[in-house]
Design a binder for this molecule. Structure first.
Ligand code: SAM
Length: 297
């Protein structure tokens, strides 16, 4: 079986060393076709089949680099039969390269089931690292990178999205989100209603592409920037949001608690509502009571 240790680390893996029964997880460019590693090209040329999320998209990359390897569609996160077919090929001695439309497979892209099945079957799984939009954005955002949380896409529907954001109110690490053009404005709007509008944000648009743009400011000013010109909302986005300070999220929790007390007061006394919500959220009863009274004045 071929293991990573068998490959020389300081040179392109010679094709002759490409042993069979290996699943290569190959990163491809996120826009600029030059952002591909020499090793990725070698592997894509050498394997028996390239499993691609969208064969037409990958064909453009193959044409650019004169790669003639056969493509096979592997587009669905839950495509069991396609995964089984590829595992059979691997077991029969073929090597397979898994690619997605852009960036690193499995990062908000298909492939997890295939990699897990290959691992379960004791097959070699080798990464061919390269671009990923979240790493590119994080590396230039100017926000702390010592610890971060990759959040991928938020749910499209408001209810589940708010639930996810509510769970992030206490997040102190930098957060990285992916977002599509038609949801970038509502996404930032939702972030403002959960985090402080002054929270620092980086918006990376069309990274590595012709119309690449970076916006760095607060959540509120980022929303104004998007509204300024409709071109600003076009393309693909990575949104990097600074983590909260403890005092900020304590304040956010208190504000949420006040809202919940206001709801409950429709059905019970203020004292009971405060006691219930403070116990439920683990907040100081006296502090919540004081704030609710202040609001009533
Ligand atoms: N596997 C990919 C990776 O490693 O980055 C991500 C695939 S995910 C389906 C696609 C999302 O990644 C886009 O909606 C966008 O949020 C982000 N993305 C991909 N390419 C990008 C680019 N060039 N600029 C900004 N965001 C990008």
């Amino acid at each position: 079986m071929c293991e990573p240790g068998n490959f020389p680390s300081n040179s392109i893996m010679p094709v002759s060393m490409l042993q069979g029964s290996t699943l290569f997880v190959v990163s491809t460019p996120i826009g600029n076709l030059n952002d591909i590693s020499l090793r990725a090209i070698e592997v894509l040329k050498a394997v028996q089949v390239i499993a691609a999320e969208d064969t037409r998209q990958t064909q453009k990359l193959l044409n650019h680099y004169g790669i003639t390897t056969r493509l096979s569609a592997f587009h669905d996160f839950s495509d069991q039969s396609a995964a089984q077919r590829l595992i059979r090929r691997l077991n029969n001695g073929d090597s397979v390269a898994l690619v997605s439309d852009a960036g690193t497979p499995l990062i908000s892209d298909p492939g997890y089931g295939l990699v897990a099945a290959a691992r379960r079957g004791g097959l070699a799984v080798i990464p061919i690292p390269g671009p990923s939009a979240f790493v590119a954005a994080l590396s230039v955002a100017g926000l702390p990178t010592d610890r971060f949380s990759f959040e991928g896409f938020l749910p499209a529907k408001a209810g589940p999205r708010d639930k996810r954001l509510a769970a992030l109110i206490t997040e102190q690490r930098t957060m990285v989100f992916y977002e599509a053009r038609h949801r970038i404005k509502p996404m930032l709007q939702a972030c403002i209603s959960h985090f402080e509008s002054s929270r620092q944000v980086f918006v990376g648009r069309e990274l590595t592409k012709r119309f690449e743009q970076h916006y760095r400011g607060t959540l509120k000013s980022a929303l104004s920037w998007l509204a300024e010109d409709e071109k600003h909302s076009k393309g693909e986005f990575v949104v990097v949001i600074a983590g909260g300070h403890e005092s900020a999220w304590q304040e956010a929790r208190m504000r949420k608690a006040e809202e919940q007390v206001a709801e409950l007061r429709k059905e019970m006394s203020m004292k009971k509502a405060v006691a219930f919500i403070s116990a439920f959220l683990g907040l100081s009863k006296n502090e919540l009571y004081r704030r609710v009274l202040e609001q009533d004045r």
